[in-house]
Design a protein around this ligand. Structure first.
Ligand SMILES: NC(=O)c1ccc[n+]([C@@H]2O[C@H](COP(=O)([O-])OP(=O)(O)OC[C@H]3O[C@@H](n4cnc5c(N)ncnc54)[C@H](OP(=O)(O)O)[C@@H]3O)[C@@H](O)[C@H]2O)c1
Length: 335
């Protein structure tokens, strides 16, 4: 029986590299590329078919930052499949990133220089906006849209006598200091990306508590620092190219400079091959690349509290309820 794997944000960067690697790892796979832009999704499918002509790949249009689009996509998935083996919750945004120059310069001349580059702590600020659903855009895309997708697909993920896996592309930039239960959408702060990634770590922990007994397991990964459209939004690609020799050098001191999407996908592919019951729900699985260019996975304990995860999960359920009522009212008005 073919394993059915859905990947959000599959048309570029880490998502696309992951798809490529999964097809190489397992020939018995049906891959569903869940993307917001049909043209980019078709281009990704063509590229994957070029290297794997026999591959079984379908496309699904979904904007994970838009609740209505997620609900439509979930309906379509339920029509197509009776179960899902894996969902990679990979789509993510970091809009209008700004380098905090003060922190950067201070960090450059401190003993924390490697840590600063490895985790980006305090280094990046973002300008967030409210979307059509009245949610903060980064939270809606990186966390809430994926949460709704999982909730909608529960019957396909919790099938008797099988296990399914949720695998999040989180980040080492997920800092507890950026997240607050009182402002979990991060409408007041300037580190919406960090907050959203910490929120996805909390959500993963809560999902394990809720669903493990029904055969659904959730894990989080960090791909390391990877050159993708996301990082090219922070600094232009020519700048990254310019400092590439330095980054290769830094790799001898920190293993988180994975740099290529292929290397960044290491932990995501590794998790595909694991028995989910053997995984630690409190671990973040980091893709690592050594100074000599060898890839490996390093699990690190996350700084998460069970009660915060539960409280956050409850807040997400309440928000879901509120928004569903809104959507229901709007549908009634159209009728
Ligand atoms: N690059 C890094 O160093 C790094 C480090 C830590 C974590 N990450 C995480 O890795 C994940 C993948 O990012 P990447 O680095 O590979 O960057 P990327 O190349 O920009 O990929 C992001 C993917 O997400 C998709 N996406 C964004 N918003 C979406 C939406 N509303 N609905 C559906 N799809 C959407 C993008 O689609 P479009 O092409 O249509 O925009 C794209 O396919 C993200 O979650 C990111 O936070 C990256």
């Amino acid at each position: 029986m073919k394993r059915i794997v859905l990947v959000t944000g599959a048309n570029s960067g880490i998502g696309l590299a992951l798809c490529e690697r999964l097809l190489t790892t397992d020939s018995e796979i049906h891959l569903c590329l869940a993307c917001r832009n049909t043209q980019r999704a078709m281009a990704a499918r063509s590229a994957l078919l070029h290297s794997h002509p026999e591959a079984d790949i379908s496309l699904l249009k979904v904007d994970v930052g838009d609740m209505n689009s997620v609900l439509e996509a979930a309906k379509e998935i339920k029509k197509r499949y009776s179960r899902l083996d894996y969902i990679y919750l990979n789509a993510g945004i970091m809009p209008n990133p700004q380098l905090n120059l003060k922190v950067f310069v201070k960090g450059l001349f401190s003993r924390k220089v490697v840590r600063m580059f490895a985790t980006g702590e305090g280094l990046l600020t973002q300008e967030d906006h409210v979307n059509a659903n009245g949610l903060q855009k980064v939270f809606a895309t990186n966390v809430f849209g994926h949460f709704i997708l999982i909730k909608e697909l529960e019957p396909l993920l919790c099938c008797p006598s099988m296990t399914s896996q949720l695998i999040w592309t989180s980040s080492s930039n997920a800092h507890k200091s950026a997240f607050s239960l009182d402002d979990y959408q991060h409408s007041q702060g300037i580190e919406s990306y960090s907050s959203s990634k910490y929120a996805s770590d909390l959500l993963s922990l809560a999902l394990n508590r809720q669903f493990n007994r029904r055969g659904l397991y959730s894990s989080v990964t960090c791909p390391g620092l990877v050159m993708t459209n996301l990082t090219y939004g922070i600094l232009p690609s020519f700048f990254w190219t310019l400092i590439m020799p330095i980054m290769f050098l830094i790799r001898f001191f920190t293993n988180s400079f994975t740099l290529t999407p292929y290397n960044g996908a290491e932990a995501l592919v590794w998790l595909y091959k694991q028995n989910p019951e053997s995984l630690d729900p409190r671990a973040k699985y980091h893709s690592c690349t050594s100074g000599l260019g060898n890839n490996y996975v390093n699990p690190k304990k996350m700084d998460l509290r069970e009660d915060t995860a539960e409280a956050f999960y409850k807040q997400l359920l309440e928000l879901e309820h509120k928004l569903r009522q809104k959507v229901g009212v709007a549908e009634e008005a159209i009728k």
